[in-house]
Design a protein around this ligand. Sequence first.
Ligand code: XLS
Ligand code: NI
Ligand code: NI
Length: 435
Amino acid sequence: MTGYFSDIPKIQYEGPESDNEFAFRHYNPDEVVMGKRMEDHLRFAVAYWHSFAWPGGDPFGGQTLERPWFGETMEHARAKADAAFDLFEILGAPFFCFHDLDVRPEGESFAKSCANLDAIVDIFGEKMEATGMKLLWGTANMFTHRRWMSGAATNPDPDVFAYAGATLKSCLDATHKLGGANYVMWGGREGYETLLNTDLTREAEQAGRMLLSVVDYKHKIGFDGPILIEPKPQEPSKHQYDYDVATVYGFLKRFGLENEVKVNIEQGHAILAGHSFEHELALAASLGIFGSIDMNRNDYQSGWDTDQFPNNVPEMALAFYEVLKVGGYTTGGTNFDAKIRRQSLDPEDLVLGHVGGMDACARGLKAAAAMLEDGGLESMRDARYAGWEGPEAQKMLSGEYGLEEMAHYVETTGLDPQPKSGRQERLENWVNKFV
Ligand code: XLS
Ligand code: NI
Ligand code: NI
């Protein structure tokens, strides 16, 4: 331990009865759930930006958090890396995620910025080797600096498009070098404030072209993790192009990338889009594009992306139910794209935010596994669709019966469909047995 977290012990599992706040009550990495260790199910990741780079600002005030590694020099960046790996060790989270801007100071030129990134990547490499930490994903910050104010790939200025391409290359290289399991692209400022100055058709073509180039380059360097797009409906732009899972899928189809690119689904973004989290997970699974999760909620009253640690176990249970149903993560994981509140000043707050989130996920996972093992929900759902096994139903599905054949079938049999209960309350009660 290098200092900042030195008073905080490594967090161990002590069971649900423990009174120790610096212990897990539910997350027990070695416990086997549905044939797999919890650690391998959940694949927790710590997000570098919120935990180490965020100063605690909001639209009404600046920095509240004081960290010895805050500053724009390489020395600060190295101190930040030391603190980050200390926190990873305390938590026993096996993965982390970062943007280029989180980990290195911006240089005076693009080349200097890249050199700074390379130097930090070397340090990460050594620390990962020494600790066994892994990179869940890397990504490029193409939204903070003023050059990105009108978008990156969707910018009206081709010079910014070029700068975005160069930035993506540097971050893909860094992610590849560190053995990253995925590469994430959240839309950042790919969207618009007003249609009055925006050409939707061009901007979509630009975004598609850039994504094709990313996929090309990924294959060229032999990066075998998936590219993940992270949907979000608004913020920072009034309208974000990657609105939700369905919109992203349509975009991928349009450019023939639906087998190359998957999604990173963030709980809070799902809610902002007017969906439930489990809806977005289930839809991605059904479309074959489920990749990974950003496990951070919003405040339900405030209506913006507050990026809080998860603490609602029934919500986690329904989410992990969808994850288990699709067979669990492959390359993905549970990234806490979450920040503590701006009044949470102490190193303990940062640790305990993660501990609580990990425990909420673990409880949710266990409940989800119990629900799946019981099988009640699946059999009740199957029963609801059982009629489709019949021979006429099969003919309608296969297309053998068109409208005329259906009319003939209804007329000759005198068919008179009787409504059946959707049983929602019974199903909700059933779920409540497990959470
Ligand atoms: C912002 C996004 C961002 C991505 C990474 O709302 O969640 O943090 O996860 O660029
Ligand atoms: Ni996110
Ligand atoms: Ni977000």
